[in-house]
Design a protein around this ligand. Structure first.
Ligand code: M6P
Ligand code: ZN
Length: 185
Protein backbone atom coordinates (compact mmCIF):
# COMPACT_ATOMS: atom_id res chain seq x y z
CA UNK A 1 0.00 0.00 0.00
CA UNK A 2 1.27 3.49 -0.81
CA UNK A 3 1.81 6.09 1.87
CA UNK A 4 -0.24 9.27 1.25
CA UNK A 5 1.77 12.15 -0.14
CA UNK A 6 1.27 15.81 -0.97
CA UNK A 7 3.05 18.19 -3.29
CA UNK A 8 3.14 21.90 -3.83
CA UNK A 9 2.81 22.90 -7.47
CA UNK A 10 3.82 26.34 -8.70
CA UNK A 11 0.84 27.24 -10.85
CA UNK A 12 2.71 29.59 -13.23
CA UNK A 13 5.58 27.20 -14.00
CA UNK A 14 4.38 23.71 -13.10
CA UNK A 15 7.41 23.17 -10.85
CA UNK A 16 6.81 20.57 -8.15
CA UNK A 17 8.59 20.73 -4.79
CA UNK A 18 9.26 16.99 -4.41
CA UNK A 19 12.74 15.53 -5.08
CA UNK A 20 11.30 12.19 -6.28
CA UNK A 21 10.00 13.58 -9.55
CA UNK A 22 10.96 12.18 -12.98
CA UNK A 23 11.51 14.95 -15.51
CA UNK A 24 11.01 14.36 -19.23
CA UNK A 25 12.38 17.10 -21.46
CA UNK A 26 11.66 17.17 -25.19
CA UNK A 27 13.71 19.25 -27.60
CA UNK A 28 13.04 20.25 -31.21
CA UNK A 29 15.15 17.23 -32.24
CA UNK A 30 12.93 14.98 -30.09
CA UNK A 31 9.68 16.22 -31.67
CA UNK A 32 10.92 16.35 -35.27
CA UNK A 33 8.20 14.82 -37.44
CA UNK A 34 5.14 16.02 -35.53
CA UNK A 35 4.94 19.31 -37.46
CA UNK A 36 4.33 19.74 -41.18
CA UNK A 37 7.85 21.20 -41.35
CA UNK A 38 10.89 19.43 -39.91
CA UNK A 39 12.52 20.91 -36.80
CA UNK A 40 15.98 20.50 -35.34
CA UNK A 41 18.01 21.72 -32.40
CA UNK A 42 18.41 21.50 -28.67
CA UNK A 43 15.77 24.11 -27.77
CA UNK A 44 13.38 22.64 -25.22
CA UNK A 45 9.76 22.53 -26.46
CA UNK A 46 8.23 21.08 -23.29
CA UNK A 47 8.97 19.44 -19.98
CA UNK A 48 6.89 16.96 -18.02
CA UNK A 49 7.35 16.61 -14.24
CA UNK A 50 6.09 13.17 -13.23
CA UNK A 51 5.24 11.86 -9.77
CA UNK A 52 5.42 8.13 -10.53
CA UNK A 53 3.31 5.59 -8.66
CA UNK A 54 2.94 1.86 -9.42
CA UNK A 55 1.54 1.28 -12.91
CA UNK A 56 -1.64 -0.42 -11.76
CA UNK A 57 -5.23 0.56 -12.39
CA UNK A 58 -5.97 1.27 -8.75
CA UNK A 59 -3.52 4.19 -8.65
CA UNK A 60 -3.35 7.54 -10.48
CA UNK A 61 -0.27 8.86 -12.26
CA UNK A 62 0.09 12.62 -11.84
CA UNK A 63 2.30 15.14 -13.58
CA UNK A 64 2.60 18.73 -14.68
CA UNK A 65 3.52 19.85 -18.19
CA UNK A 66 5.24 23.10 -19.12
CA UNK A 67 4.85 23.67 -22.86
CA UNK A 68 6.86 26.68 -24.05
CA UNK A 69 5.54 29.24 -26.55
CA UNK A 70 6.93 29.02 -30.05
CA UNK A 71 6.21 27.91 -33.58
CA UNK A 72 7.53 25.61 -36.25
CA UNK A 73 6.43 27.14 -39.55
CA UNK A 74 2.85 28.30 -38.93
CA UNK A 75 2.19 25.62 -36.29
CA UNK A 76 2.36 26.30 -32.57
CA UNK A 77 4.58 24.27 -30.26
CA UNK A 78 2.72 21.15 -29.16
CA UNK A 79 3.23 17.84 -27.39
CA UNK A 80 3.89 14.60 -29.28
CA UNK A 81 0.44 13.33 -28.35
CA UNK A 82 -0.53 9.77 -27.58
CA UNK A 83 -3.22 7.16 -27.14
CA UNK A 84 -3.06 5.21 -23.93
CA UNK A 85 -1.57 1.75 -24.45
CA UNK A 86 -4.57 0.45 -22.53
CA UNK A 87 -6.98 2.27 -24.82
CA UNK A 88 -9.92 2.71 -22.48
CA UNK A 89 -7.96 4.54 -19.76
CA UNK A 90 -9.09 8.12 -19.09
CA UNK A 91 -7.29 11.28 -18.01
CA UNK A 92 -8.03 14.75 -16.65
CA UNK A 93 -6.14 18.01 -17.18
CA UNK A 94 -6.32 21.20 -15.14
CA UNK A 95 -4.71 24.21 -16.78
CA UNK A 96 -2.95 26.51 -14.33
CA UNK A 97 -1.28 29.03 -16.66
CA UNK A 98 -1.19 30.08 -20.30
CA UNK A 99 -3.55 29.51 -23.21
CA UNK A 100 -3.81 26.39 -25.31
CA UNK A 101 -5.90 23.97 -27.27
CA UNK A 102 -6.42 20.33 -26.42
CA UNK A 103 -6.77 18.17 -29.53
CA UNK A 104 -8.51 14.86 -29.01
CA UNK A 105 -9.16 12.19 -31.64
CA UNK A 106 -10.44 8.63 -31.79
CA UNK A 107 -8.73 5.98 -33.92
CA UNK A 108 -11.43 6.41 -36.58
CA UNK A 109 -10.72 10.14 -36.84
CA UNK A 110 -13.52 11.69 -34.81
CA UNK A 111 -12.04 14.92 -33.46
CA UNK A 112 -12.80 17.31 -30.60
CA UNK A 113 -10.82 20.48 -29.85
CA UNK A 114 -11.21 22.23 -26.50
CA UNK A 115 -9.69 25.39 -25.09
CA UNK A 116 -7.22 25.37 -22.21
CA UNK A 117 -7.06 28.47 -20.01
CA UNK A 118 -6.24 28.86 -16.32
CA UNK A 119 -8.95 27.02 -14.40
CA UNK A 120 -10.10 24.83 -17.29
CA UNK A 121 -10.61 21.16 -16.42
CA UNK A 122 -10.51 18.92 -19.49
CA UNK A 123 -11.85 15.38 -19.27
CA UNK A 124 -10.32 12.97 -21.79
CA UNK A 125 -12.39 9.79 -21.93
CA UNK A 126 -10.82 6.43 -22.72
CA UNK A 127 -10.17 5.84 -26.42
CA UNK A 128 -9.26 9.45 -27.26
CA UNK A 129 -5.71 10.37 -28.28
CA UNK A 130 -4.64 13.73 -26.86
CA UNK A 131 -2.18 16.44 -27.79
CA UNK A 132 -1.87 19.93 -26.29
CA UNK A 133 -0.91 23.05 -28.23
CA UNK A 134 0.37 26.34 -26.80
CA UNK A 135 -1.34 29.13 -28.76
CA UNK A 136 -0.23 31.92 -26.41
CA UNK A 137 2.94 33.86 -25.70
CA UNK A 138 3.59 32.42 -22.20
CA UNK A 139 4.27 28.83 -21.17
CA UNK A 140 1.15 26.65 -21.16
CA UNK A 141 1.11 24.84 -17.82
CA UNK A 142 -1.29 22.09 -16.81
CA UNK A 143 -1.66 19.35 -14.25
CA UNK A 144 -2.70 15.86 -15.41
CA UNK A 145 -3.92 12.72 -13.66
CA UNK A 146 -4.50 9.40 -15.40
CA UNK A 147 -5.14 5.76 -14.58
CA UNK A 148 -1.98 4.10 -13.33
CA UNK A 149 -1.62 1.37 -15.95
CA UNK A 150 -2.62 3.56 -18.94
CA UNK A 151 0.81 3.71 -20.59
CA UNK A 152 1.72 5.87 -23.62
CA UNK A 153 1.28 4.69 -27.19
CA UNK A 154 3.20 7.19 -29.34
CA UNK A 155 3.64 4.88 -32.33
CA UNK A 156 0.05 5.19 -33.57
CA UNK A 157 0.25 9.00 -33.69
CA UNK A 158 3.68 8.82 -35.36
CA UNK A 159 2.17 6.57 -38.03
CA UNK A 160 -1.22 8.25 -38.52
CA UNK A 161 -0.75 11.85 -37.38
CA UNK A 162 -3.62 13.86 -35.91
CA UNK A 163 -6.73 14.69 -38.00
CA UNK A 164 -6.24 18.44 -37.38
CA UNK A 165 -3.44 20.95 -36.91
CA UNK A 166 -3.53 24.32 -35.15
CA UNK A 167 -1.91 27.08 -37.19
CA UNK A 168 -1.41 30.80 -36.69
CA UNK A 169 -3.99 32.43 -38.96
CA UNK A 170 -4.77 36.08 -39.66
CA UNK A 171 -7.39 36.03 -36.90
CA UNK A 172 -5.30 34.00 -34.48
CA UNK A 173 -5.10 30.27 -33.81
CA UNK A 174 -7.01 28.31 -36.44
CA UNK A 175 -7.83 24.61 -36.53
CA UNK A 176 -7.29 23.16 -40.01
CA UNK A 177 -7.59 19.66 -41.43
CA UNK A 178 -4.35 17.68 -41.69
CA UNK A 179 -4.25 16.32 -45.25
CA UNK A 180 -1.55 13.82 -44.25
CA UNK A 181 -3.71 12.19 -41.57
CA UNK A 182 -4.66 8.55 -42.10
CA UNK A 183 -7.19 6.80 -39.85
CA UNK A 184 -5.78 3.85 -37.88
CA UNK A 185 -6.97 0.87 -39.91
C1 M6P B 1 0.31 15.34 -20.08
C2 M6P B 1 0.01 13.90 -19.84
C3 M6P B 1 1.29 13.10 -19.82
C4 M6P B 1 2.10 13.38 -21.08
C5 M6P B 1 2.35 14.87 -21.25
C6 M6P B 1 3.10 15.23 -22.53
O1 M6P B 1 0.98 15.84 -18.98
O2 M6P B 1 -0.86 13.44 -20.84
O3 M6P B 1 1.00 11.73 -19.71
O4 M6P B 1 3.33 12.68 -21.05
O5 M6P B 1 1.09 15.54 -21.27
O6 M6P B 1 2.48 14.68 -23.66
P1 M6P B 1 3.19 13.54 -24.55
O7 M6P B 1 3.47 12.39 -23.63
O8 M6P B 1 2.16 13.22 -25.59
O9 M6P B 1 4.43 14.11 -25.10
ZN1 ZN C 1 -2.47 10.50 -21.65
Amino acid sequence: MLTPFAANIELLTGSIDLPEQRVVSRTLDDVNGIFETGCHGSEVVYEVFNLDVPEINSELQTCTTRLYPGRVGDEYYMTKGHFHEVRNRSEIYLTTSGVGRLLMATSSGETVVHEMTPGTMNYIPGGWAHRSVNVGSEPLVFFAAYVGDAGHDYATIEKCGFPVRVVAGEDGPTVVANPRYVADA
